[in-house]
Design a protein around this ligand. Structure first.
Ligand SMILES: Nc1ncnc2c1ncn2[C@@H]1O[C@H](COP(=O)(O)OP(=O)(O)O)[C@@H](O)[C@H]1O
Ligand SMILES: [Mg+2]
Length: 417
């Protein structure tokens, strides 16, 4: 790979399709060269519900990214999130027979962890090694060169429903695009928004999209939990629309302009004028009343997450707290509400991996809805470099710490469904 290599990525959400073209910079950040952002109503909770709407959105997003970057994209990397994604832990063992552990031994032990049974409808997308054990000595992060008789590995495997992945592929190929690889949205998000120290000590990343909320917990630089909840920012908008009897387009506008997730944060004297359903007359409402329609839904979202983390006994694995991303995280007051429910420190995450040198970077670097598409670029560069076992300048490129070393295992999967 040369430094001039440009990758185009595509993130399809329930509300938008966003394409980004970028190049790896000398400092390991991403130089963003092109952006395509269009509304998309063809996907719901990660599943294609309207092929032609999805196809139109992809075609437009890619043509915009090509126009801004001055390129012609023929292949893309794509994210996939939603309720069809599942994660599970797995274990593998191999004999080393007293010699030093080699690349081939590591491939063998990870291969053994991969060999668990999936249902026919599922395809493996990521194999993410967590830690190795050699002759009973646990928590080895990098076993290469160590000696021992028997090596074990704990891995986290992330899979998706094959038909869903095939349909995403189909939409892209109808736009004459080949899909190099599908990356799970939570994994992409973690590359875009999380600091290395957070991934090391343990952190929960929560993406509040339009139709779903996607979580991933990362500890010691490897995922330990992945989950999607079928609820999102759209539900908040619909609650406002129903309570005020206004169209959802207006509810969306007022939510973004005046909304707050913590009603105690806004005063009852702070009055805003909003349209009635006929658009001809106006009604007055306090921001506190408006927040009263917003807070319960956000509260419900964080209570679901909290309950699931406790049920799965993950809570103690996230001392760095939670990082909120996705458009739904942009509402005022949300970190405080989330911190109260989760008893953890909470921050809003924005893309951390961008070079500060373009108008597009300026546009998206403070916006939490772009973490997935930005992280997708970092993930793809990392995987491309390490799957080719490149030497030299890029060989140490590792936005995800030790994950880089494992990237090549991911090139075994995620391509054929
Ligand atoms: N400023 C804002 N305040 C509250 N919600 C917002 C704001 N901006 C965007 N959203 C919500 O974020 C959701 C879209 O988030 P996004 O991450 O872009 O979604 P997706 O990737 O699912 O298309 C919508 O439900 C929208 O209402
Ligand atoms: Mg999204």
């Amino acid at each position: 790979m040369t430094r001039d290599n440009i990758i185009t990525v595509l993130d399809l959400g329930s509300s938008k399709a966003v394409a980004l073209a970028g190049r790896l910079s000398v400092d390991g950040k991403i130089d963003v060269l092109g952006l395509g952002l269009v509304p998309c109503r063809g996907i719901q909770q990660g599943t294609v519900v309207d092929i032609s709407a999805t196809e139109d959105a992809i075609a437009k997003a890619i043509s915009d990214v090509d126009a801004t970057a001055g390129i012609t994209t023929s292949s893309i990397y794509m994210s996939s999130g939603g309720i069809h994604i599942a994660g599970r832990s797995s274990h593998g063992t191999t004999a080393v027979r007293g010699k030093e552990v080699t690349d081939e031994d590591v491939e063998a032990v990870v291969g053994a962890a991969k060999a668990i049974s999936f249902s026919q409808e599922e395809s493996l997308i990521h194999i993410l090694p967590q830690s190795f054990t050699i002759d009973g000595q646990e928590n080895i992060r990098q076993p290469l060169g160590m000696s021992g008789m028997r090596m074990e590995v704990n891995c986290y495997l992330i899979s998706g429903i094959s038909n869903t992945l095939r349909n995403l592929n189909k939409c892209a190929s109808r736009c004459n695009l080949s899909v190099e690889r599908i990356v799970v949205e939570q994994v992409a998000d973690s590359y875009g928004a999380l600091r290395k120290d957070e991934q090391e000590s343990g952190v929960c990343l929560i993406n509040i999209g339009a139709g779903s909320v996607k979580c991933i917990v990362i500890k010691d630089n490897a995922p330990v939990f992945v989950k999607t909840f079928p609820i999102g920012g759209e539900n908040v908008t619909n609650d406002i629309a129903a309570a005020l009897r206004i169209p959802s387009g207006l509810a969306e506008e007022y939510k973004r302009r005046y909304g707050c997730a913590l009603s105690e944060r806004v005063s009852n004297d702070d009055i805003v004028k909003i349209s009635r359903v006929d658009y001809r007359s106006e009604q007055e409402i306090s921001r506190q009343t408006l927040s009263g329609f917003i807070q319960p839904r956000y509260q419900e979202i964080f209570e679901f997450i909290e309950e699931e983390l406790r049920k799965e006994q993950i809570k103690h694995m996230m001392p760095a707290g939670a990082v909120l991303v996705g458009g739904g995280s942009r509402i005022q007051g949300l970190p405080s509400l989330a911190a109260e429910i989760m008893h953890a420190s909470v921050r809003v995450g924005t893309p951390l991996n961008l070079s500060d040198n373009s108008e597009i970077a300026d546009l998206i670097k403070n916006d939490s809805s772009y973490t997935a598409v930005c992280g997708l670029l970092s993930f793809c560069f990392e995987e491309r470099i390490h799957s080719q076992k490149e030497e030299g300048f890029f060989s140490n490129y590792s936005p995800f710490g030790k994950m880089a070393w494992f990237s090549r295992f991911n090139s075994w999967v995620g391509k054929n469904f």
